[in-house]
Design a protein around this ligand. Structure first.
Ligand code: ATP
Length: 365
């Protein structure tokens, strides 16, 4: 029963060295991305990084200053928005308030000149897809924010576009609804097999939903990879700091072989850290280590660095311990919570911290 929902085969996007200038300001700077058919692809970056501008160029609302966008091998950069097999879902839903739910969903199909019978069967199919079977005759103004967002998705999916663009579609929802819609969106993408390009500044949203993520900053792509690639092997300091919480420590690379480097940290311990091929074989380096990879030990233990606890934040599943080294470096350690007393950790106490081998990553500067 899922088959009829599927889009025509395809949905591969090639963004080829795309530029966008607004006057003297370069909002999108030589961006190249290959997106695979049926991929959930996310453009992630802080406010102003150019992600919305890139999405608007894909939709056709904005013309690139230079170069090309291909969809399944065909240059679409000069096609107007309504001639592209592409639909967009916006943050504010942009539903038509004077129309019923069914009329909203059928709108695109009506514009395409589909028959009443085709429209009504497609509307029913879309209502089932977004799990609002009985809402067809309701006014969209009577629906909750989450329901309106589902209708906006149904309306965008109804003409079976090759590409669905989603511009921060969940940011108006409260946290709990946002989390359930994340799972819902992933399901919709998998069932329809339409390529989704999702824009967000929320790293957690990107990590939980995406097949692959492009991290953007200042109009440039800094890294493209799967969620684990980007979280575990950030390409640079910006990506490491933007995706999740992290610790940076300075040191000197003593030697490296087979993707593992030995680093003498300025704070004392010598650690084995993972290296990208492009890292120099010696000299000053920064290592990045995630809070959940640090281990608490007794102060003064071998290969441990001592730190003073400054703050303890309890999160239910885990506890974040914020501590400071004697040289002033801040360190965050995340411990999974188990029932029972937390020994030895209190604000003002000295703790020992170790970095297990091969969990830290050496950054290229
Ligand atoms: P946000 O999440 O805040 O929307 P974004 O990453 O989507 O940010 P864009 O909206 O793509 O960023 O904007 C990128 C940069 O281009 C910003 O500095 C913005 O001010 C600038 N910009 C966007 N549209 C225009 C425009 N029409 N004229 C001039 N500058 C623009």
């Amino acid at each position: 029963s899922i088959t009829p929902l599927r889009a025509a085969k395809g949905g591969a996007v090639s963004i080829l060295s795309v530029l966008k200038d607004f006057g003297n300001f370069r909002a999108v700077d030589d961006v190249s991305i290959e997106i695979r058919p049926n991929e959930f692809f996310t453009l992630l970056g802080p406010s102003g990084c150019g992600k919305t501008t890139l999405l608007r160029m894909l939709a056709g609302f904005e013309a690139p200053s230079d170069d090309k966008i291909l969809l399944d091998g065909t240059d679409i950069s000069m096609l107007p928005p309504n001639k592209r097999p592409i639909n967009t879902v916006f943050q504010n839903y942009a539903l038509f308030p004077h129309m019923t739910v069914a009329e909203n969903i059928g709108f695109g199909l009506k514009m395409l000149g589909k028959s009443a019978a085709e429209i009504s069967s497609s509307v029913e199919e879309m209502l089932r897809l977004v799990r609002l079977e009985n809402a067809g005759n309701r006014s969209v103004t009577q629906l909750s924010g989450g329901q309106q967002q589902r209708i906006a998705l149904a309306r965008a999916l109804a003409p079976k576009p090759k590409l669905l663009l989603l511009d921060e579609p969940l940011s108006a929802l409260d946290l709990k609804l946002r989390k359930s819609m994340q799972i819902e969106l992933k399901r919709l993408q998998q069932e329809t097999e339409i390529t989704f390009i999702f824009v967000t500044h929320d790293q957690e949203e990107a990590l939980t939903m995406s097949d692959r993520i492009a991290v953007l900053n200042g109009g440039k792509v800094l890294q493209i990879g799967s969620a684990p690639d980007i979280y575990e092997h950030p390409a640079d300091r910006f990506v490491a700091g933007f995706i999740g919480e992290t610790n940076f420590l300075e040191g000197d690379l003593m030697s490296s072989a087979d993707g593992v480097g030995t680093v003498a940290l300025r704070c004392g311990p010598v650690v084995e850290a993972l290296t990208a091929k492009s890292v120099a074989s010696s000299g000053a380096v920064t290592i990045v280590v995630r809070p959940e990879h640090l281990e608490l030990v007794a102060p003064g233990s071998p290969q441990a660095v001592d730190a003073t606890v400054e703050q303890i934040v309890y999160f239910g599943t885990d506890t974040h311990v914020h501590a400071r080294l004697s040289d002033g470096t801040a360190l965050t350690i995340r411990q999974q919570n188990r029932p029972g007393p937390k020994e030895g950790i209190a604000v003002g106490r000295t703790i020992g911290v170790t970095i297990p081998p091969r969990v830290a990553q050496i950054l290229k500067d």
